[in-house]
Ligand binder design. Structure first.
Ligand SMILES: Nc1ncnc2c1ncn2[C@@H]1O[C@H](COP(=O)(O)OP(=O)(O)OP(=O)(O)O)[C@@H](O)[C@H]1O
Ligand SMILES: [Mg+2]
Length: 606
């Protein structure tokens, strides 16, 4: 028995805008007969076009431009007034040649971009909106604006289609604040996402809002790179912290200013032997020195020898047969230094008495660099980890801290990098990302569980290619690999940045979903425009004029590219904007500057 299709829209004259006059694949011009009809059209509004061919349904479009023609004299000379938010008014001569409209007095035009179509889905027995456009509109087809109950029905259609088990409620649609905007949680993470917006536009809050929802899923797995310690107060997350100089030797960090249940963050040491050969070189070798090549060779030989000795000692025969310079095997860096020192000071017996060894004096600078890094307290998390962090099984324990998701509060892991010196921040963040990716890679297919890396302030460690120093290069390479291949192994990236124009293009261009908050800088706007399909360029004109917490969401995780007001997270990150004037109004005690100076000297606020 045939199912009767429920009527989705019953349009009347009050919503009628005009008829199709020109069709150019996704771009359509509507001929609007009267001024009162034209007044119904607003840039950014949704419209519906009736499809009258065999497959009945509607096409949905978005108004890009509203143009009104006014005949200023009895003659054929027409003046055109444009009501457009984006395109400057061209001069009259141009227009007369462009639009052959000389013999009509009034030709009001509305231009729109088609976004998708609504068709009857026989299987699901319901109307469904999809992004595909199978039929272009017929000439003379009727166009109606989607307002009031029609807009509601359409939003309902979107909401019910999106409100499934996989959906992630991000906020409310700006055009209809009663309709919840859902993202497809699968698609959002499957092919990476970018969250971009000027400083203070609401990125960290959006991240918190997404994390809060993810934390409610029983086995979600998100690792957040928190560069400024903004997320350290979230109660649903596990807090890991790269230890600062004051915390060395401890295993957890007490934060007296936080509530009791949050006081302890586990310290995450990253012992130097986790670094691969290239990361070590980026840290220690100065490529501009003439002996750099010899330094690399000698350093690598010494490391290999040390790793080999450890494996032999532990009788790890299988690993011994396959390990490389890059394998994360604990070794003693001081033995390596001793070896290099011996080579640097070597005096050997020559034919005519004693002579300087082959590498005599070549490693002096390398040794100085190594020793100064080793004794620098800021690098303590690499070189001064407690003894227990250096045993063979330490890495497995560390990976467990980073990647498990079953124990309490483990779904969301916030790693606080605020104590990492900025000169090596890229290598260290890249190192954590690389370890996570490689562990995921080496986990059996059946046991592999998807996880997402949230990269806040990505411009700090994922800069654009040109002129990168070796330290940045390593980080960018680690992330580029994940951006390109992560999808297959279930590693997703959520790139968050206030300077998209400074972020690696390779990484950004792999992001299939973009949440663009307010963006005022024109370079950044251009970068975001490049990430979006061309047909949606007119939508992007709103980037600089959006409110805080309002975003343009585009990508395969949303049915309709839309402006969404993002729901505030229940637990706010510690990124609150400081109210200067109000603060200055208050009477307040002077900070203890002596103490600040002391903190600066001892590199810690404790
Ligand atoms: N969804 C929202 N609704 C209402 N207000 C918001 C929303 N998101 C953010 N805000 C306001 O904006 C302020 C800044 O937000 P947030 O810290 O998320 O900015 P940001 O984009 O991360 O900035 P930065 O790039 O400097 O880190 C918040 O303190 C809050 O007052
Ligand atoms: Mg932020």
């Amino acid at each position: 028995m045939a199912i009767l299709r429920p009527v989705l829209f019953e349009f009347a004259d009050d919503t009628f805008l005009g008829t199709v006059r020109e069709v150019d694949t996704r771009k359509v011009s509507i001929h609007v007969k009267t001024d009162s009809d034209l007044r119904k059209a607003k840039v950014g509004q949704l419209v519906c076009l009736k499809v009258t061919s065999a497959v009945k349904g509607w096409l949905v479009g978005l108004i890009d431009k509203v143009i009104k023609f006014v005949s200023v004299s009895e003659s054929d000379h027409n003046e055109k007034i444009e009501v457009s938010e984006s395109v400057p008014k061209p001069d009259n001569k141009d227009l007369a040649s462009k639009f052959e409209c000389a013999n009509e007095n009034v030709i009001n035009t509305v231009r729109l971009t088609l976004l998708g179509s609504i068709r009857w889905n026989a299987e699901e027995k319901a109307w469904r909106f999809s992004r595909s456009i199978v039929h272009v509109p017929d000439i003379e087809a009727e166009c109606h604006v989607l307002v009031n109950k029609h807009l509601e029905s359409f939003m309902n259609l979107l909401t019910t289609a999106n409100n499934t088990e996989q959906s992630l409620a991000l906020g409310k649609y700006t055009i209809d604040e009663s309709a919840t905007a859902y993202l497809d949680g699968n698609k959002f993470f499957q092919r990476h996402a970018a969250l971009l917006g000027s400083t203070g536009s609401g990125k960290s809050w959006t991240v918190a809002s997404i994390m809060e929802k993810a934390a409610k899923l029983p086995t979600s797995n998100l690792i957040v790179f928190d560069i400024h310690g903004e997320y350290r107060n979230l109660s649903y997350a596990r807090h890991l912290r790269i230890p600062g100089p004051e915390e060395l030797g401890k295993t957890s960090k007490k934060s007296p200013h936080l509530p009791a249940f949050l006081q302890e963050a586990q310290l995450l040491y990253l012992p130097y032997w986790l670094l691969n050969a290239e990361e070590m070189q980026a840290m220690f070798i100065d490529r501009s020195e003439f002996s750099a090549h010899n330094q690399v060779m000698a350093f690598q030989d010494a490391v290999i020898e040390e790793k080999k000795a450890v494996l032999e000692n532990l009788k790890k025969l299988q690993v011994l047969n396959a390990f490389t310079l890059d394998s994360p095997i604990p070794f003693s860096i001081s033995n390596v230094i001793d070896k290099l020192n011996d080579l640097n000071e070597e005096i050997e017996q020559g034919a005519r008495g004693l002579k300087q060894g082959k590498f005599y004096g070549q490693f002096s600078r390398l040794l100085t660099r190594l020793r100064s890094k080793l004794s620098d307290k800021r690098y303590g998390f690499l070189f001064n980890a407690p003894e227990s962090e250096h045993d063979y099984d330490a890495m497995a324990r560390m990976v467990c801290k980073l990647m498990d998701y079953k124990s309490e509060n483990a779904q969301i892991k916030v790693i606080d990098f605020s104590e990492v010196p900025s000169d090596i921040l890229p290598v260290i963040v890249g190192l954590v990302a690389r370890i996570v990716y490689q562990i995921q890679f080496w986990t059996n297919y059946e046991n592999r569980r998807p996880l997402a890396l949230v990269c806040d302030e990505a411009h700090l460690y994922l800069p654009k290619k040109e002129g990168l120093n070796p330290v940045e290069q390593r980080s960018v390479e680690a992330f580029e690999k994940i951006a390109k291949e992560g999808r297959k192994y279930g590693v997703a990236l959520l790139i968050v940045s206030q300077r998209p124009s400074d972020v690696s293009t390779t990484v950004l261009s792999q992001c299939n979903n973009v949440i663009a908050l307010r963006l005022t800088n024109s370079d950044d706007q251009t970068t975001v425009k490049k990430l979006m399909p061309e047909s949606l360029e007119s939508l992007l004109e709103v980037l600089p004029v959006m409110d805080i917490g309002e975003a343009l969401v585009v990508g395969d995780s949303v049915l309709l590219p839309s402006r969404i007001r993002i729901t505030q997270p229940e637990e706010k990150p510690l990124s609150a904007t400081i109210d200067f004037w109000s603060e200055w109004l208050k009477d307040a005690a002077e900070p203890d500057f002596t103490r600040s100076v002391e903190n600066m000297r001892k590199q810690g606020r404790g």
